[in-house]
Design a protein around this ligand. Structure first.
Ligand code: SF4
Ligand code: SF4
Length: 186
């Protein structure tokens, strides 16, 4: 049985032909516009775009430049402040009851990169470096021990640590003095 096919209007025929051509023209226009612009694609991982120095990613434990001595005093403040408990510290205590770095592990698969450990550190030696591409195929690969965390402080970091410690020392001395003066007045 013959079926009745509705007749296509002229306007519909024209739009069926010209609409795809309009799309191609728009695509070519965009391509031509970008042809002579500065390229923004980089060949990662050979090339990397600059990351802001304030970007927080991989945790590092800084050691003294030149001597390689640990700056960390194993005070546990970073461990205690960490909201996800991803830092494990077991200090080594010497005969003078001084604490040194013993076990210092960080499970980066849990880390929130909040920076609270960095904020609270009295020695300014735990930092979040802007290294974002340290992925691993296993969770174990993101569990870093001291050897994976240690990094030599650069000169700027070292100088800033010294001046920050000086400021802190002066502040605490001023507070202590004010407290003593207050007690004497009473
Ligand atoms: S950045 Fe935050 S979540 Fe990560 S180890 Fe430090 S305190 Fe814990
Ligand atoms: S807060 Fe700083 S000094 Fe204290 S254990 Fe953590 S990294 Fe070491």
């Amino acid at each position: 049985m013959a079926t009745h096919k509705p007749k296509e209007s002229i306007a519909r025929k024209i739009s069926r032909i010209f609409l795809p051509l309009w799309g191609i023209r728009a695509g070519l226009y965009i391509t031509a516009r970008h042809l002579f612009r500065k390229k923004i694609t980089v060949q990662y991982p050979e090339q990397k775009i600059p990351i802001d120095s304030t970007y927080r990613a991989k945790l590092s434990l800084l050691f003294e430049p030149g001597t390689g001595a640990d700056i960390c005093i194993s005070c546990l403040q970073c461990k205690n402040i960490c909201p996800v408990e991803c830092i494990t510290i077991i200090p080594k205590v010497d005969e003078n009851k001084k604490r040194h770095v013993g076990t210092f592990d960080v499970d980066l698969s849990k880390c929130l990169f909040c920076g609270m450990c960095e904020e609270v550190c009295p020695e300014f030696c735990i930092v979040l470096d802007p290294i974002f591409d340290y992925s691993s195929y296993s969770r174990d690969g993101l569990y870093l021990t001291v050897s994976g965390l240690r990094r030599e402080a650069n000169n700027a970091e070292w100088e800033s640590m010294i001046s920050c410690k000086e400021v802190k020392k002066r502040e605490s001395e001023a507070k202590k003095k004010a407290k003593e003066e207050g007690e004497q007045k009473q």
